[in-house]
Design a protein around this ligand. Structure first.
Ligand code: NAD
Length: 482
C-alpha cells in the first residue's frame, strides 16, 4: 500500500543502537480512532531476543560499576527528559492507544515522571543489614540486583505500566528487555531513546517490539533472563509461569480484574455515582481495576442505576486528540467485537440493557458507554472481565451479602466501598478479597503504595519498597571472627 511506504519505520533498540529486525519484517501500527496506519514497527524475532539478552547481560557490569548516587542522578535526568518531552509522548500515546489526550496528560504522564523520580531516590538507599547472629562472626546481608529482567507490558497503559517496571528495575541495578504490546509500541521506543540521552549506558534498557507469541515467549523461556515482570491477561500469565519454570525465573504477574464497587444506601450518592461512572468508563473500561461490577444496596438501587445511566449518556465519545473528549475508542477491532459479544451475552442472560451496548459510528473502534441493570451474580457479565465500557449493576441486601458477592469471582485485584458509617467501611474493607480497597473514592494508584492482586489477578506487588525486593536478591555474608 502506498500509504505505508510513507510511514515512519521504527527499529528495535538493542545495546544502545537502533537495529532492524532480524527477519526484516515490519508490522503496521494503527490509530484505533481512525483505523489508519500511523507507523511501521519492527517485528522482532527470537534471534533479536538473543542479541538483546546478550546486550543486557553485558550491560549488568557497567551499570553496577556506577556509584548508586550516580545511577540515581541518571534516573532523575531521565525523569526530567520525560517531562521535557511530555507533549510529544502524550501525543504518541494518544494516537497509538486511542487514549484521550486530557487523561494522558492528567494521569499517565505525571505518573510515569513520578515513578522515575521516586525510584531515582531509591538508588542509594537499597541497604543490607548487619544482623548480629553470633558472637564469633560478623554477619550481614546485601541486596544485589536479580540480573536481567524481561518486562512484558500491555496496551492499556503502555507508558505508565512500562515505567512501573523499568524504573524500579533500573534503580536496583538490573538491566532490562522491554516488550511492549505489539499494538502500542511507540511510547516504549521513545522512552528507550530518552534513557540513552539521560545517560543510561547502552544495553541497560533494550526495547524489542513484535509479537507476544514470538518475543514474549522467547524472553520467558530464555535461560539468560532472571526475572519476568508481566502485566496482561490471566491466560497469557499462566503460560508465562509455565515457560519461566525452566531456569526458575522470578515472576511477578499483574493480571485482570472484575472489581466490585460497593455502594451502601447511606453513601454520598453524588460522589459514589460520579466515581462509579469514572471507575468503569475511564480509559473506555480498559483498566485492570475497572469497577465493572457496581454493587448497590436495594434501597437506592433504582436511583443509582438511573443516575449511572444518565452519566453514561453524558460521556463525550470522540477523537481522543481533542481536549474535551471524555472517552476514546477501544484498542482494536478484536477488542470491540469481544465487548459487543459480551453485550449480547448479557442480554441473552436476562440482564436489562439500560443504555449503550452498540458500536458508535462506522470509523474507529468506538463503543457506547453501557449500563446493565438487574445483573445476577452468576451471570457471565458479572464473572468475566469484559475490558470495555460496560457496567454490571448488581443489587445486594446487607453487608454480608455485599461482601459475599464482591468476593465471588476468581479475581481479587481491587474493590471500592461507599458508606457514611465508619465502622461499616472498615468491616467491609477487612472482608473484601482485594489487593487494594478504596473507601469513599475509587481508582487511585500511587507509586508509593503496593499494587497487585491474587487469584486470577496474579501475584506479587509493584510499587514502593516491595518493588525493590522484587528486583533484588538478598545475600548473606558470614565472616568468621574466630
Ligand atoms: P495480553 O495478555 O494479551 O498481552 C499482554 C502482553 O503480553 C503483551 O505485550 C503481549 O504481546 C504479551 N504476550 C502475548 N502472548 C504472549 C506469550 N505467549 N508469551 C509472552 N508474552 C505474551 O493482555 P492485553 O490484551 O495486552 O491486556 C489486557 C489484559 O491485561 C487484561 O486482562 C487486563 O486486565 C490486564 N491488565 C492488568 C493490569 C494489572 O495491573 N493487574 C494492568 C493492565 C492490564
Amino acid at each position: 500500500m502506498n500509504v505505508s511506504r510513507e510511514l515512519m519505520r521504527h527499529d528495535l533498540l538493542i545495546g544502545g543502537e537502533t537495529v532492524p529486525p532480524g527477519g526484516g519484517k515490519y508490522s503496521t501500527d494503527l490509530d484505533p480512532a481512525t483505523e489508519e496506519p500511523i507507523a511501521l514497527v519492527a517485528e522482532g524475532t527470537a534471534a533479536d531476543v538473543e542479541r538483546a539478552v546478550q546486550a543486557a547481560r553485558a550491560a549488568l557490569k557497567p551499570w553496577n560499576a556506577l556509584r548508586a548516587a550516580e545511577r540515581g542522578r541518571i534516573l532523575m535526568r531521565f525523569s526530567d527528559l520525560l517531562r521535557e518531552h511530555q507533549d510529544a509522548i502524550a501525543e504518541l500515546e494518544c494516537r497509538d492507544a486511542g487514549k484521550p489526550i486530557a487523561g494522558v496528560m492528567r494521569q499517565d504522564i505525571p505518573a510515569a515522571i513520578d515513578t522515575l523520580a521516586y525510584y531515582a531516590g531509591w538508588c542509594d538507599k537499597i541497604n543490607g543489614q548487619v544482623v548480629p547472629a553470633r558472637p564469633d562472626a560478623l554477619t550481614y546481608t546485601l541486596r544485589e540486583p536479580v540480573g536481567v529482567v524481561a518486562a512484558i507490558v500491555p496496551w492499556n497503559f503502555p507508558l505508565m505500566i512500562g515505567m512501573w517496571k523499568i524504573a524500579p528495575a533500573l534503580a536496583c541495578g538490573c538491566t532490562l528487555i522491554v516488550k511492549p504490546a505489539e499494538i502500542t509500541p511507540l511510547s516504549a521506543l521513545k522512552i528507550g531513546a530518552l534513557a540513552l540521552e539521560a545517560g543510561v549506558p547502552p544495553g541497560v534498557l533494550n526495547i524489542v517490539t513484535g509479537k507476544g507469541s514470538v518475543i514474549g515467549d522467547a524472553l520467558v523461556k530464555h535461560p539468560g533472563i532472571d526475572k519476568v515482570t508481566f502485566t496482561g491477561s490471566p491466560s497469557v500469565g499462566r503460560g508465562i509461569l509455565q515457560g519461566a519454570a525452566g531456569n526458575f525465573k522470578r515472576v511477578t504477574l499483574e493480571l485482570g480484574g472484575k472489581s466490585a464497587n460497593v455502594i451502601f444506601a447511606d453513601a454520598n450518592l453524588d460522589n459514589a455515582v460520579r466515581a462509579a461512572a469514572s471507575g468503569v468508563f475511564f480509559n473506555a473500561g480498559q483498566v485492570c481495576s475497572a469497577g465493572s461490577r457496581v454493587l448497590v444496596q436495594r434501597a437506592v438501587y433504582d436511583e443509582v442505576v438511573e443516575r449511572l445511566a444518565a452519566r453514561a449518556r453524558s460521556i463525550r465519545l470522540g477523537d481522543p486528540a481533542q481536549r474535551d473528549t471524555h472517552m476514546g475508542p477501544v484498542i482494536s477491532a478484536r477488542q470491540m467485537q469481544s465487548i459487543l459479544d459480551y453485550v449480547d451475552i448479557g442480554v441473552r442472560e436476562g440482564a436489562s440493557l439500560v443504555t449503550g451496548g452498540k458500536r458508535s459510528g462506522a470509523r474507529g473502534y468506538f463503543v457506547e458507554p453501557t449500563v446493565f441493570a438487574n445483573v445476577a451474580h452468576e451471570m457471565r457479565i458479572s464473572q468475566e472481565e469484559i475490558f470495555g465500557p460496560v457496567a454490571s449493576v448488581i443489587p445486594f441486601d446487607d453487608e454480608q451479602d455485599a461482601v459475599r458477592i464482591a468476593n465471588g469471582t476468581l479475581y481479587s485485584l481491587a474493590a471500592g466501598v461507599w458508606s457514611a458509617d465508619i465502622g461499616r467501611v472498615h468491616r467491609v474493607a477487612a472482608g473484601l478479597k482485594a489487593g487494594t480497597v478504596w473507601i469513599n473514592t475509587y481508582g487511585h494508584t500511587d507509586v508509593r503504595l503496593p499494587w497487585g492482586g491474587s487469584g486470577d489477578s496474579g501475584f506479587g506487588r509493584e510499587h514502593g519498597d516491595v518493588a525493590i525486593e522484587n528486583f533484588t536478591e538478598p545475600k548473606t555474608v558470614w565472616l568468621s571472627l574466630a
